[in-house]
Design a binder for this molecule. Structure first.
Ligand code: HEC
Length: 148
């Protein structure tokens, strides 16, 4: 962008958000953390849980190996039933259903791949896939079990 154009954009933006900017850093777009969470999700999680979070087919039944496939993170799944602390743990340490016929962590551990902050970002992105009631329920669950 040429500098004259950029100046015009700044002028227009500040004329709308003038008081919020006065004397401070330009305010960050509030959607940015969710965008960051979405990028993490698409890079690390979507291959199993689906680009829209709709999980693998027949996720409620064990497959031929006796393992549960990746569940959805949308309102059809049960991700929303876990507190922030539990979701953090599942993602950092990995997880497998105790009734799986194999011992391996079908949900891989991301504790060495993602920073604590990145895990929170991706969980906060998952929350956007839930209904308002599910979000409220999960928020209550998390009051006594917040992110570590
Ligand atoms: C290699 C495939 C794979 C990848 C990649 C993967 N998952 Fe999973 N995930 C699974 C499977 C399979 C399960 C179900 C484990 C079980 O219950 O047996 C699961 C379960 C979960 C659960 C528990 C859901 C519930 O309803 O109990 C959460 C939360 C989760 N994954 C989040 C993530 C996030 C966030 C990422 C990316 C950082 C991710 N997963 C990447 C396969 C994967």
């Amino acid at each position: 962008m040429r500098s004259a154009q950029r100046f015009m954009v700044v002028l227009i933006v500040t004329s709308f958000t003038g008081p919020a900017l006065a004397g401070g850093e330009p305010t960050k777009d509030v959607t940015e953390p969710l965008e960051a969470g979405k990028r993490i999700y698409r890079q690390y999680c979507a291959s199993c849980h689906g680009i829209e979070g709709d999980g693998q087919p027949n996720w409620e039944r064990q497959n031929a190996l006796g393992e549960l496939p990746a569940p959805p993170h949308n309102p059809e799944g049960h991700t929303w039933k876990h507190s922030d602390a539990m979701l953090y743990r599942i993602i950092a340490e990995g997880w497998h259903d105790p009734w799986n016929k194999t011992e391996r962590l079908t949900m891989p551990a991301f504790g060495d791949v993602l920073s604590p902050q990145q895990i929170q970002l991706v969980v906060n992105y998952l929350k956007t896939l839930w209904t308002p009631e599910q979000r409220r329920h999960q928020q209550e669950e998390s009051q006594d079990a917040p992110f570590p």
